[in-house]
Design a protein around this ligand. Structure first.
Ligand SMILES: *[C@@H]1O[C@H](CO)[C@@H](O)[C@H](O)[C@H]1NC(C)=O
Ligand SMILES: *[C@@H]1O[C@H](CO)[C@@H](O)[C@H](O)[C@H]1NC(C)=O
Ligand SMILES: *[C@@H]1O[C@H](CO)[C@@H](O)[C@H](O)[C@H]1NC(C)=O
Ligand SMILES: *[C@@H]1O[C@H](CO)[C@@H](O)[C@H](O)[C@H]1NC(C)=O
Length: 386
């Protein structure tokens, strides 16, 4: 906040005050009509125009600059943002608004931001002025790349509102349920969950939690502890933006393995995916049972052309937690069968066994024939005769 002292008409000394105790020797920044004019000192002394407004900030905390105050008049040039920062979930929409005042007639006014290009945002961005002196920038279908600072400016014939004073910082976040702690009980899991966002300290955020689709009416903070049974699911959202929640998860610390496709034939392309709901950004390692060295790291293990030798048990690890085993069964057709005779020397009246063998998965069915006879003799591996 600025304190105004009238020394001579239109010559003023202004002092910057901060209610929080900044570091021992804070440096200050002064803004006149939205433009940075001076740094370092906690006061400024100069002539002011009747339309001038002034604002100050502690250096390093420019986001928390004081509201612009009129130096001489009740009415001066100023822009006051409704919110310093807003955080909303991806896909939803936001209204960023400000009130502005001009000493002279406004000739043009607009919102701007480093991420704004008209061509890219057609249809998603709207500027509304429902009441005089209040402008609202409405952005729909929010993307994470919309995260930026949004500022408003206006011009008159002889004046332009400056752009050094911070506007509203918008953060667009993809919410995620993070498992902070899991305790396995006899039939349930007790989990402490956190609704993770990239909002940081942006504004005062209210959360809602849904367990099996039911809103928990008492839980409004970013963390939530409850009991979960297999089949339960949980997700979170910002209050008022319930239509744009986090993905739904079952709170388990173990990673799970997805095999795609589920039916695997030799020579086909197969992908194993390791994932944790608890921590999707975790580091993953792949293993094959009875192979001491890990196969690879990364959440995906891919076979471009799987062979019968790749058949086996696979599992993955994320942050010291192992997944359950998955059996990767590779199906392959029988190769050319071979026939063996036992015993090798045959005397009349003795027992003889012919064995037909061929490798296949699933195991092949065999059919026996005798030369010059049309109909099969038997349908099994061994042909046993007395
Ligand atoms: C933004 O403002 C419009 C118009 O006043 C309103 O219909 C809409 O609900 C607001 N959206 C949000 C996200 O506050
Ligand atoms: C709401 O959450 C609390 C934990 O914060 C839990 O004890 C309670 O059972 C939940 N209520 C419902 C209806 O799920
Ligand atoms: C792993 O090795 C053990 C003992 O050497 C063996 O009994 C088991 O069948 C092997 N498992 C696989 C999947 O190869
Ligand atoms: C082998 O025969 C059984 C029983 O008739 C049948 O269910 C199975 O599908 C057959 N297997 C193959 C590979 O043809």
């Amino acid at each position: 906040t600025s304190l105004i002292q009238n020394l001579y008409p239109t010559w003023f000394k202004l002092t910057c005050h901060s209610s929080c105790q900044p570091s021992n020797n804070p440096s200050y920044i002064w803004y006149k009509n939205g433009l940075k004019i001076q740094e370092d000192t906690s006061f400024i002394e100069q002539y002011f125009d009747e339309a001038d407004s002034i604002s100050c900030a502690v250096k390093g905390h420019e986001k928390f600059s004081s509201p612009s105050v009129c130096v001489l008049n009740q009415i001066c040039n100023r822009v006051i943002y409704t919110e310093r920062s807003v955080c909303v979930s991806k896909g939803s929409s936001v209204n960023i608004s400000c009130t502005y005042n001009s000493y002279h007639e406004v000739t043009s006014k607009f919102w701007f931001s480093p991420v704004f290009t008209d061509s890219q945002n057609t249809g998603r961005v709207q500027v509304l002025e429902t009441e005089r002196g209040r402008s609202t920038l409405r952005i729909t279908d929010l993307r994470e790349t919309d995260s930026a600072q949004y500022q408003f400016t206006f011009t008159t014939r002889s004046f332009k509102w400056g752009s050094s004073l911070p506007g509203t910082t918008l953060t667009v976040t993809a919410l995620q349920v993070q498992v902070i702690r899991v305790t396995l009980l006899q039939s349930s899991t007790e989990a402490e969950l956190k609704c993770h966002s990239s909002c940081g300290s942006a504004g005062r955020l209210h959360y809602v939690w849904f367990k099996n689709g039911q809103k928990n009416k008492t839980q409004q903070t970013s963390t939530y502890t409850d009991h979960f049974y297999p089949g339960d699911n949980v997700y979170c959202a910002f209050r008022g933006h319930e239509d744009y929640p986090s993905p739904s998860v079952y709170p388990s610390i173990r990673p799970s393995v997805l095999v795609s496709p589920s039916e695997i034939v030799e020579g086909s392309s197969v992908t194993l995916t390791c994932r944790t709901d608890a921590n999707p950004a975790a580091k993953y390692t792949w293993y094959k049972r009875n192979q001491s060295l890990p196969l690879s790291s990364g959440d995906i293990y891919h076979f471009t052309s799987i062979s019968s030798e790749d058949r086996g048990i696979y599992y993955c690890k994320s942050e010291d937690h192992y997944s359950v085993d998955v059996f990767v069964d590779v199906q392959y057709p029988p190769n050319l069968p071979s026939v063996s005779v036992s015993p090798s020397e045959i005397v009349e009246g003795s027992s003889v066994t012919l064995t037909c063998s061929s490798d296949a998965n699933p195991a092949a069915n065999y059919t026996w024939y005798k030369e010059n006879e049309e109909s099969p003799k038997a349908s099994r591996t061994d042909l046993h005769h007395h």
